[in-house]
Design a protein around this ligand. Structure first.
Ligand code: WTA
Length: 684
């Protein structure tokens, strides 16, 4: 518990990203093209008046009304157990019904999903709403046969294949709480999440393509089951989708009695229908794990009614999704962006959502644009890291292909204005709007963004608050930092919104202490005004009301849009026998935004060597995954420390980023700072 309370106060948060944020100058505005405005879902500025504070929380019924309910709610927002907010209390619905069944009446033969395999010679697979219905029902029948029921947890460790949304929607049909772990995470990382969620069933796949290689994915399932067992969680069944019969699935060892191929199970359920269960709006839909300050990941629990209404509403107004669009979000379903804006939001609105298996620049940087042209994609959603990379390796590629976007999104990290402009001019071809959406795993959907047909975009800023969201920037003493002051502070949301997560699975105290305790005025209060949500991001607000997000103020490093906890990285490094101390800091990277640099001090008697570096790297890849691989590992003679023995990450981060170390006179060993600086900066 003491560890949990450290989430927002630990001195080590001095390594925070916001400290190394680059402050861009104010940019000009880009108004939406008339052609976009003419067709937009929200083009009348009066929509803002429907979401003003005097109409809150009822304003959000506009979002809930986008869904089909078995029973309407009695209470919009129940705050009686603050800050465990409950939305649409008394209401009943089913997410699978809303994303699949209800579209059968209007457009059964329209593609719900178009799957694009990475090998360019492999055909696209269009899955109509009717086919999706059949596949979801059959897989739900399999889950039911295994004895899974509403409230049980199931873990998926799946790559970007259509079997993943099928599995999610099948679980949702029965009220089984799904927890999808990003496929790039190691088996061990999946195992921790299986144990934390108490899942008894793991769903995986034999293999998938990534950057031209067919990866053996089943091997990770075996590691995951073993890691979960070490934490006392037994996995009874591992369901293996078979994508490559004759390749990995032929070679993959299957554990007798535990591992089963999904197609063998499906054979007994051909054409079976599983009625969607009417669930409470406040029941959980899924868990999405994310990193925090402590080593233990946080299972963010999202509700059925609140979450689904919020992603449907924001998909409609911010992504401007219409049923006849072809929408492509090039994120991974293993992250919240994919849950909200590949699967649940777009499918709730009955559109066509593209799923691409591979890396954007495989086999070359023209790939995304060929996909866009072939499928007629008109809404495109991606991250600054992907944009930076495509700009670097193929700046002229978009012009070679005849595709036309009306709308583009950037999400997950701050985007540099010059990168934004390349995206606008070259990918958008000066015809598309861009929304820069700021939000988090915890928030379910967008918190800050322009309304694309109403507000002009301003490169480098996410824009004003989303409809019905009332943010405030607070300093450490709870004073408001005024708009236009040029000062940064902690961005908070003053009010609950339907998409906000309900709790951290199994850690309710950590939920309150991390997100609400910092600015809470009275722990007993049931008035939402007393419970600002602490987002963990530094931000400024310009005089025009637009927010600029500077980065995390806690011990989270956002690498290429993926959140990594410094404690997780450091504990992985500390498993190496020779390592005495480890510190992870963010370093600015021209493609990935931020990367991790590890500083290592060795135990007495050991000398720095490439072998030790390799061991540290391997330990991080085993515990977390390749995405966490540090940009550099520096084995240093000693760590700069305070007199009380705390590692001064601020000083280390300054060394890595060539910025000012600030006052070091109070350190116990100020002389080491110069040594480290010389070592690191000469090597760079
Ligand atoms: C960062 C991803 C700047 C921020 C949806 C946040 C952003 C963290 C933006 C959440 C943006 C997200 N501009 N920074 N438009 N969007 N971030 O949970 O630091 O993977 O706290 O959710 O990404 O990352 P997460």
């Amino acid at each position: 518990m003491a560890d949990d309370l450290d989430d927002v106060t630990d001195e080590s948060s001095e390594s925070s990203e916001a400290l190394i944020a680059v402050h861009w100058r104010e940019e000009g505005y880009y108004p939406p093209p008339a052609s976009f405005v003419a067709q937009a879902n929200a083009s009348d500025p009066a929509i803002r008046e429907q979401f003003t504070e005097d109409k809150y929380p009822d304003c959000f019924t506009a979002y809930a009304d986008l869904l089909t309910w078995y029973k309407k709610w009695d209470t919009v927002l129940d705050t009686s157990n603050a800050p465990f907010w409950k939305w649409w209390v008394g209401g009943e619905l089913n997410a699978s019904y809303n994303c699949v069944d209800r579209h059968l009446e209007t457009h059964p033969n329209k593609a719900a999903l178009i799957f694009v395999p990475e090998p360019e010679g492999d055909a696209h697979q269009a899955i109509t709403y009717r086919e999706l219905y059949v596949r979801v029902n059959e897989f739900a029948a399999v889950l039911r046969e295994l004895g899974l029921k509403a409230g049980d947890r199931i873990t998926f460790h799946m790559p970007m294949v259509p079997e993943l949304p099928v599995a999610m929607l099948a679980a949702a049909r029965l009220g089984i709480i799904h927890s999808q772990v990003f496929a790039g995470f190691s088996g061990t990382a999946a195992g921790h999440r299986i144990a934390d969620s108490g899942s008894t069933v793991l769903v995986t796949i034999d293999g998938y393509y990534r950057s031209g290689d067919l990866l053996d994915h089943k091997v990770k399932a075996d590691e995951a089951v073993e890691a979960a067992a070490k934490e006392g969680q037994q996995v009874d069944k591992v369901l293996v989708f078979r994508r490559y019969p004759g390749q990995y699935s032929a070679k993959t060892p299957m554990v007798e009695g535990r591992d089963v191929f999904v197609d063998d199970l499906l054979a007994a359920h051909k054409g079976e229908i599983v009625e969607p269960v009417a669930l409470k709006a406040t029941d959980p839909l899924f868990l999405m794990y994310t990193s925090g300050t402590t080593g233990r990941p946080k299972g963010c629990q999202h509700s059925i009614g609140g979450y689904l209404s919020y992603v449907a509403g924001t998909s409609k107004y911010y992504q401007d999704i219409h049923p006849d669009d072809t929408y492509w979000c090039m994120a991974d379903i293993g992250w919240i962006t994919g849950h909200s804006y590949i699967v649940y939001g777009p499918l709730a609105l009955g559109t066509t959502s593209v799923i691409y298996e591979g890396t954007p620049n495989y086999p070359d940087a023209g790939r995304p644009w060929r996909i866009a042209r072939q499928l007629g994609v008109n809404i495109f959603h991606t991250s600054p890291t992907a944009i930076r990379m495509l700009r670097k390796v193929g700046p002229d590629e978009p012009a070679k292909y005849d595709f036309h976007f009306k709308h583009m999104t950037t999400v997950g990290e701050p985007i540099e204005p010059e990168v934004w402009r390349w995206y606008y001019d070259n990918v958008g071809k000066d015809e598309a709007v861009i929304v820069d959406t700021w939000w988090q795993t915890e928030t379910g959907g967008f918190l800050g963004s322009t309304l694309p047909a109403i507000d002009s975009a301003k490169p480098g800023s996410c824009g004003p608050a989303a409809l019905g969201i009332y943010p405030v920037i607070l300093d450490e003493d709870s004073n408001e930092v005024p708009a236009g002051s040029g000062k940064a502070g902690n961005i908070c949301i003053r009010n609950p919104w339907p998409g906000v997560f309900q709790t951290i699975w199994g850690q309710p105290d950590r939920f309150v202490s991390t997100y609400y305790a910092k600015y809470n005025k009275d722990p007993k209060s049931t008035d939402w005004r007393d419970w600002p949500y602490f987002a963990g991001d530094g931000a400024t607000q310009a005089a025009d009301g637009y927010f600029r997000i500077l980065g995390r103020v806690d011990d989270v490093i956002n690498v290429a849009g993926h959140r990594l906890g410094t404690k997780e990285l450091e504990s992985a490094a500390l498993t190496v026998n020779e390592v005495a101390e480890a510190a992870a800091v963010p370093v600015v990277d021209d493609v990935r935004g931020r990367m991790v640099e590890m500083y290592i001090a060795l135990k007495p008697g050991f000398d720095a060597s490439p072998e030790i570096e390799a061991k540290v790297k391997a330990a991080i890849e085993t515990d977390i995954g390749k995405i966490a691989r540090p940009k550099n590992i520096w084995i240093v003679p000693d760590m700069p420390k305070t007199r009380s023995g705390k590692i001064m990450r601020r000083v280390i981060a300054a060394t890595s980023n060539f910025t000012d170390t600030g006052d070091i006179t109070t350190l116990a060993n100020p002389e080491v700072v110069e040594k480290i600086r010389e070592q690191v900066q000469t090597a760079k």
